[in-house]
Design a protein around this ligand. Structure first.
Ligand code: HSE
Length: 435
């Protein structure tokens, strides 16, 4: 019976779950394809992690990832180390050695897209990365294959499980953000460096991967407008529900337009106030959701667990089956990647229109609200409504919330800069978009 051999690097939460799932589904693979897909070797800087995983006998355990790329018996390398280095060297060396690669590394893919994709194409090898975005939700395969005849007009979604978990706990249980983050880490949802979740980087990486799949060109995540949830307080989350009939979600948006010179993209990640009746408001905890606007299939919504070892392992092993099937058939896997020449024009975030929620902490004395309103007025930003709560207890400041009419983001930010940290207005201002 033919055998396809896998070398898996990285035995963290996802790597361990993927190794176990590969083993548990081995018989199913044989039944379906009449061939074996076996775990040949695993590798981790702490090889002791392999103990207790119940790996089949005979699986080699290595400390050095080079032992996987240099092993001619390995057909497919799975990169689950995360981060940039040595993950990038592992992937490039695997392609150079004639192996196919599965990765769930959104930070690597999004930041090194041209080099990684270029290396796969130059070597004539395959790269699969379903696990890099929204874990178990099959969004990449859907965009790249099932929806290929469509023009994709917009991607809008909750792309990070950790921040959604935190925002849900804040809104539903009045749990402070810090305690909710600790719980998310304990559940294995957060990145090793959770700042990547909180500051919107992880969502921007995922949006960049999705947009690059749609465009066939690289959307550099550095060009995605990005704001995280650090300035969103418990008060904001509760105020939004109680007074505005909305809830806070960290949304990623990519809107695609065809222009004479090629595609133009509006791309950003920011905390957004979503009406309570909107489907994204019903996405709680570590769940993710992606809404697509497409030319033929029209509106679609994908929903599922966007973080956690089990869902990510499902995507990784699904990719392994896909690449193994292609190897057995001696044909190319259905392409996840198609590359077009040329640059993507990205709209500057400051030019993008939106309605905004601004929360200032201000001294409760004459003229302070006037100065804030004046700063917005000077930038041509019109105020739709204002809320000021009365002072509670010994607090020296009161929250002042303003909601604007549609305005370019740059003008709203300039108005904030003009007043924040001066004359009775605190330095930190919570800024969110309204959907
Ligand atoms: N930290 C990520 C999240 C893990 O919370 O979504 C899945 O990519």
């Amino acid at each position: 019976m033919r055998e396809i051999r896998v070398g898996l690097a990285g035995l963290g939460h996802v790597g361990s779950a993927a190794a176990s799932l590969l083993h548990r589904t081995a018989e199913g693979f044989v039944r379906r394809f009449g061939a074996r897909l076996t775990l040949h070797a695993v590798c981790d800087a702490s090889p002791a992690k392999a103990r207790g995983l119940g790996l089949p006998r005979g699986v080699r355990v290595e400390r050095d990832w080079r032992r996987l790329t240099a092993d001619p018996a390995v057909d497919i390398v799975v990169e689950l180390i995360g981060g940039q280095d040595p993950a990038k060297r592992l992937v490039l060396e695997a392609f150079a050695a004639g192996k196919d690669v599965v990765t769930a590394n959104k930070a690597l893919l999004s930041r090194q897209w041209p080099e990684v994709v270029g290396a796969a194409q130059a070597a004539g090898r395959r790269l699969a990365f379903e696990g890099s975005v929204c874990a178990g939700i099959p969004i990449i395969g859907s965009l790249a294959r099932s929806l290929a005849p469509n023009g994709i007009r917009q991607i809008l979604g909750i792309l990070n499980g950790t921040t959604n978990f935190i925002l849900s706990r804040m809104t539903c249980d009045r749990c402070p953000a810090g305690a909710a983050l600790r719980e998310a880490r304990r559940l294995g949802l957060a990145e090793r460096d959770p700042r990547l979740d909180l500051d919107g980087s992880d969502s921007a990486h995922k949006l960049s991967v999705l947009a690059s799949v749609v465009l066939g060109r690289w959307l550099d995540p550095a060009r995605v407008g990005r704001a995280g949830i650090e300035s969103v307080g418990l008060d904001d989350a509760l105020f939004a529900v109680e007074e505005l009939g909305r809830t806070v979600r960290l949304l990623g948006l990519a809107r695609f337009e065809d222009g004479p010179e090629g595609p133009t993209v509006e791309a950003r990640v920011c905390p957004t106030l979503v009406p309570l009746r909107h489907p994204l408001a019903a996405v709680h905890d570590a769940y993710n959701a992606v809404m697509l606007e497409t030319s033929e299939a029209k509106d679609l919504m994908f929903y599922g667990l966007g973080a956690g070892a089990g869902p990510a392992a499902s995507a990784v092993v699904g990719d392994l089956w896909l690449l193994a099937e292609a190897r057995l058939g001696g044909r190319a896997a259905p392409p996840l990647l198609w590359a077009r020449e040329g640059r993507v024009a990205v709209r500057k975030p400051e030019d993008c229109l939106g309605r905004f929620y601004l929360r200032f902490q201000a001294s409760d004395r004459p003229g302070v609200l006037g100065r804030i309103a004046q700063a917005l007025g000077r930038q041509g930003v019109s105020i739709a409504h204002v809320h000021q709560r009365s002072r509670s207890g010994s607090a020296r400041t009161v929250p002042v919330v303003l909601v604007t009419h549609a305005a370019p983001e740059g003008r709203v930010r300039r108005a904030i800069e003009a007043v924040a940290g001066r004359d009775g207005v605190s330095r930190r201002v919570a800024l969110m978009r309204l959907l």
